[in-house]
Design a protein around this ligand. Structure first.
Ligand code: FA5
Length: 341
């Protein structure tokens, strides 16, 4: 037998023994490198073929080729078997029972949402509609129709985010609404008189933030227009609302205040206990009797109808109800704050 052939037999025997010991994918990789790779005995023998006579080549090359093919076929089959087994082991380890109840904490409603639901329930039970309006509002609805003409200093009472692009259809100037009062105008235009609406919603102001001021916060507007409506109705409505929301007696004080869209106008402050234990007044609402100019702007005859309107700081009411001392915590997304509710 040609010495190279007996060498080939030895290589084959070694390769078969080594292959039968392979049980994992990394071992198989190492095996393939050692027995079929560039520096394997098979590759070296291949190089030696060049030094042989044609006769010798003819007897050895096919055997060499056959051994390589056989080993490649075996490693390929083993590769498939080991990969399938590895995947099955992984799937078995990662098995989840989706029918098991979760041990994680369940979600809950945001305190502002809860407050909003309570307000909506309360006012629905008193025959009010729940209304809504756009966050991007025309200057006409946010200011003009509310008796705040363009050159009037009252335009500066609320720090406004003015938008560069006008209203999509009309090209009118637009702002991020600074209060929910423009929905008074929308409701009167849509439903006429008599009307009763409440409008919970988000408003935006370009102002510095602190523990009781945010740049985006919630208000809830109320509007009642009918014959013979007077301040007594306004006071009774606000009193009912506060009693129902807080469930206990709360201390409020009423002050005269100026808003161009009401006459007379008032503000209520509520007494609360700060984090340091001291007591403080917090302004919770602006309100008053709807100004005749506003009724007229909305096509309602002020000699027949009168109305009251209020704009509560819904975010501030939520702070007071749940004892939240910094308004910014409500939208910080902080889990430690929200998980209390
Ligand atoms: C208004 O926005 C009037 N539209 C309210 C109104 C409605 C008056 C109807 C008359 C008739 P004012 O700017 O005061 O008013 O805001 C109303 C309430 O929103 C305040 O009493 C306060 O509770 C709350 N508020 C005002 N600014 C902020 C702020 N930056 N962050 C949180 N709450 C605020």
């Amino acid at each position: 037998m040609h010495p190279l052939l007996s060498q080939l037999n030895a290589i084959a025997a070694q390769a078969h023994t080594a292959l039968s010991a392979v049980t994992t994918l990394p071992e198989l990789e190492a095996y393939t490198r050692a027995h079929l790779g560039k520096h394997s005995p098979l590759a070296q023998m291949n190089k030696q073929l060049g030094t042989l006579s044609t006769e010798e080549k003819r007897s050895i090359a096919p055997a060499l080729q056959a051994l390589r093919q056989e080993l490649e076929a075996h490693t390929h089959t083993l590769q498939e078997t080991l990969s399938t087994a590895a995947m099955q082991a992984e799937l078995a380890a990662q098995w989840y029972d989706l029918t098991q109840p979760s041990t994680a904490r369940k979600g809950s409603l945001h305190p502002i949402t809860r407050m909003r639901h309570d307000i909506e329930d309360l006012f629905s039970s008193m025959g009010f509609r729940i209304a809504d309006g756009p966050h991007i509002e025309t200057e006409w609805h946010n200011f003009d129709a509310l008796n705040i003409p363009p050159t009037h200093p009252a335009r500066d009472m609320q720090d406004t985010f003015f938008l560069r692009t006008g209203h999509a259809n009309t090209r009118e100037n637009t702002v991020l609404r600074t209060h929910t009062s423009p929905v008074q105008v929308r409701s009167m235009l849509q439903y006429g008189a008599p009307v009763r609406v409440v409008v919970p919603g988000r408003v935006f102001r370009n102002e510095a933030t602190d523990a009781t001021h945010d740049t985006a916060f919630y208000q809830v507007e109320g509007l009642v227009v009918d014959t013979h409506i007077h301040m007594g109705h306004l006071k009774a409505t606000m009193q009912t609302m506060l009693e129902r929301l807080f469930g206990t007696e709360v201390t409020v004080r009423m002050r005269p205040a100026y808003f161009p869209f009401v006459e007379p106008g008032i503000e209520l402050d509520m007494l609360y206990t700060k984090a340091d234990g001291t007591e403080k007044w917090l302004e919770i609402v602006g309100a008053g009797m709807v100004h005749p100019h506003v009724l007229r702007s909305c096509g309602i005859d002020p000699s027949v109808y009168s109305g009251f309107a209020f704009g509560f700081g819904l975010t501030r009411l939520t702070m007071l109800r749940y004892g939240i001392t910094d308004i910014r915590d409500l939208f910080s997304g902080s889990y430690s704050v929200l998980s209390q509710f």
